[in-house]
Design a protein. Structure first.
Length: 300
């Protein structure tokens, strides 16, 4: 595997896609990314070239024997279909979260990747931030009493991004990664169409029956930020620990991880734990959506 090169293509040229193109064209010296050979990008719009990167058709990308892997950076709604096409064509896949907008689809795609012996890697840069790494250290070994994670952000087009439990799955990933498996006790959603405002509130229990709340709130002009309030037997954590800026960009860290998987340098245990976490979060997102979309129960 030492000298093996993997031809890659980027599908979709939004913010993430452009970051992917930049990182594939400038791999970190002596990192696993040096084994990725960038061939070009696929887009529904026609660009010609972007900074030396050339546009190629979807058909050519799927058919080419030289392309071994696809980086999928399209809108959430089309992830599932695009992953399926590239897996069917026998390519490895890196996809931005969420990998699909239903748990059923995610499980099917994962099974398909395993049958074809291909790497299916879901980007979770929210776990790679220095802020999060510090938070995780801070939380380690403490006994949770209760906690809340409250996210605010600008309005999303749900036709493209999906239900908030899926588009906001980065927050759910944090909670599962910090506190272990969770079960949903209730979930509701408030929408004010005229104000373009939406607030989803989810109540979980940890394995030790401790309550955790996730609030995902979006509206015009809302600042993108996360607030935490985690109370432990030893005291409460209400601010993020100070964290240095990372020397390596988040997409580059993620790209290195994907390349390591292609080179067979990630342990079976790590891969299994990651698979469990990703599919578990998508299962929970499904449950949350079902709770929120139930007609109000009339209690007499």
């Amino acid at each position: 595997q030492i000298n093996k090169m993997f031809g890659t293509v980027v599908v979709g040229v939004g913010i993430a896609g452009l970051a992917r193109i930049r990182d594939l064209m400038n791999p970190m010296p002596s990192s696993p990314s040096e084994h990725l050979k960038f061939f070009g990008f696929v887009s529904r719009r026609s660009f010609g070239n972007i900074n030396e990167a050339k546009q190629i058709s979807l058909e050519d990308a799927l058919r080419s024997k030289e392309i071994h892997a696809a980086f999928i950076s399209t809108e959430n709604r089309s992830h599932e279909e695009t992953i399926r096409m590239f897996l069917e064509a026998g390519k490895h896949v890196l996809v931005e979260y969420p990998m699909a907008l239903s748990a059923k689809a995610a499980h099917e795609l994962w099974e398909m990747a395993e049958q074809k012996d291909k790497v299916l890697h879901v980007e979770h840069i929210e776990l790679l931030t220095e802020e999060y790494k510090q938070l995780k250290k801070e939380v380690a070994g403490k006994d949770l009493v209760k906690g809340t994670l409250h996210f605010t952000g600008s309005v999303l087009d749900e036709n493209k991004t999906g239900f908030p439990a899926f588009s906001g799955i980065a927050r759910l990933t944090w909670l599962i990664d910090l506190f272990g498996d969770l079960t949903v006790t209730s979930a509701t959603r408030e929408k004010q169409k005229d104000k373009n405002y939406s607030r989803m509130t989810v109540h979980f229990q940890t394995a030790n029956k401790k309550p955790l709340t996730w609030i995902e709130e979006r509206g015009p002009g809302m600042r993108r930020e996360k607030k935490i309030n985690f109370c432990f037997t030893s005291g409460c954590l209400e601010n993020f620990p100070q964290a240095p800026r990372s020397a390596v960009g988040l997409f580059m860290q993620d790209q290195n991880l994907f390349a390591k998987k292609l080179l067979g340098q990630v342990s079976k245990e790590e891969l299994a734990a990651e698979k469990w976490r990703i599919l578990r979060c998508l299962d929970l997102a499904d449950v949350i959506q079902q709770h929120c979309e139930q007609p109000e129960q009339i209690c007499s």
